[in-house]
Design a protein around this ligand. Structure first.
Ligand code: SF4
Length: 418
């Protein structure tokens, strides 16, 4: 089979994996003899028809697989066209695309062929050849296989900027049903080992101020949302454990989309994009705003409100904590006010040193006042008319169209504002 035909099959097969991002890699430069850099503009990205942002060269080494995960188009029992790159073919392709400025890095994953160790060796061979023989210093994200031997996982980290192991589903019960060959304990065990290796490399590099030699951009994972009945509570608790335990840099949420020739028992309709979006917002709140997973949902409402962002939902459930005086509150209290993001909280704290905060200050900072006003006190504003106890408050502040909300919040999230 021609390389171009393989590329067409294997790039298409990789589009379902959301766990790639070029964020967090800095400081690797090819120099005079090498090629590429993880600095500058980062990896080129492209958008799949379903709206997901993907790396331009995001491929599988092969879509043959001996496993039979029910949600996966590449599973053993799936009737899809198969292909496999030889290591040298893929290396040549990456270098060629890089030189033509098509890509700035590689996201490489694979189905499992022969054994997990054999597959891992092949993935490592691509990264190692690029780095060692061609001085390639662009971004490399390698998908790792939890069942592979620890020595191979260690070696993968020496050549890649980022490693990831997909947890795929939030509980072992879910895996037993849809991916019986996978064990959560094995996946988190491999993540734990990588965490130690990343920490050792950082400690080793710190005194010399050099780039750590083991996965300097850390590790990430992907969870599929909506393939089982797992609630957002379960998904967020699993994500929170992954941030706390193996200290993952990112958890990506990938809404399940029906695949051709799907196994019985899988949903026939795609997970709404807005659910994925709300999970990303909740994830953001856990990582940057001091929220715990248990605060974001309730036993009565175990899924996030699709009509309202999770911070505003939390504020409406905790009205006794509002309104908050912007001239007196500490950083933690300010971060919990709907519409106030990390950047504006910093600005408010800085401005308070010179003068008292008034609504005009917030307007200058482009704080979404419609959302924030019921929850704040400033020198010239007390929410008498917008009493946070008002029963219709949710209706008044909820965005009227989901498209607008998606657009506004995506923009806000880019700037760290929620
Ligand atoms: S191991 Fe990976 S490629 Fe193979 S069936 Fe499972 S999810 Fe798909």
């Amino acid at each position: 089979m021609e390389v171009a035909a393989k590329l067409s099959i294997l790039a298409d097969a990789a589009k379902y994996d959301a766990s790639c991002s070029s964020s967090g890699a800095k400081g690797r430069r090819g120099g005079a003899k090498g090629l590429g850099s993880t600095e500058g503009t980062g990896i080129c990205h492209s958008y799949t028809p379903d709206g997901r942002c993907v790396s331009l060269l995001k491929v599988l080494l092969t879509n043959y697989c001996i496993y039979d995960c029910q949600y996966c188009i590449n599973r053993r029992s799936s009737d899809v066209r198969r292909a496999r790159f030889k290591v040298d073919e893929l290396v040549a392709l990456v270098l060629d695309f890089y030189r033509r400025n098509y890509i700035e890095g590689l996201f490489l994953s694979s189905g499992i062929i022969r054994t997990p160790d054999y597959t891992m060796e092949q993935l490592i061979a691509v990264a190692k050849t690029l780095r060692r023989e061609h001085g390639f210093a662009g971004y490399i994200h390698l998908k790792t296989i939890p069942d592979a031997s620890p020595e191979l996982l260690d070696e993968a980290g020496r050549w890649a900027d980022r490693l990831s192991i997909n947890v795929e589903l939030p509980t072992q019960e879910n895996l037993d049903r849809l991916a019986p060959e996978k064990q959560l304990v094995q996946i988190t065990g491999a993540m734990g080992r990588m965490k130690e290796r990343i920490a050792e490399a950082k400690a080793d590099a710190a005194p010399r101020r050099t780039l750590p030699r083991f996965a300097p951009a850390g590790q990430s994972t992907q969870m599929i949302v909506g393939a089982t009945e797992a609630t957002d509570t379960t998904i967020l608790h699993t994500a929170s454990e992954l941030y706390r335990g193996p200290e993952l840099r990112r958890v990506y949420y990938s809404g399940f989309s029906p695949i051709p020739d799907a196994a019985a028992g899988l949903p026939l309709i795609a997970t709404p994009l807005v659910r994925e979006h709300r999970l990303y917002q909740a994830d953001w709140l856990m990582r940057f705003y001091g929220f715990e997973a248990r605060e974001l949902t309730t036993p009565k409402a175990p899924n996030l409100d699709l009509g309202l962002d999770p911070k505003t939902s939390w504020a409406l459930r905790n009205r006794e904590r509002f309104p908050v005086d912007l001239n007196l509150a500490d950083r933690e209290e300010l971060l919990r006010i709907p519409g106030l993001g990390t950047r504006n909280v910093k600005r408010i704290l800085a401005a308070r040193r010179w003068h008292r905060i008034r609504l005009a200050d917030l307007a200058r900072m482009r704080v979404p006042l419609k959302r924030a006003l019921p929850f704040i006190i400033t020198d010239d504003h007390r929410p008498r008319l917008l009493n946070p106890d008002a029963l219709d408050l949710r209706d008044r502040i909820a965005p009227k169209g989901s498209q607008t909300d998606l657009f506004e919040t995506a923009f806000a999230a880019l700037h760290g504002e929620l």
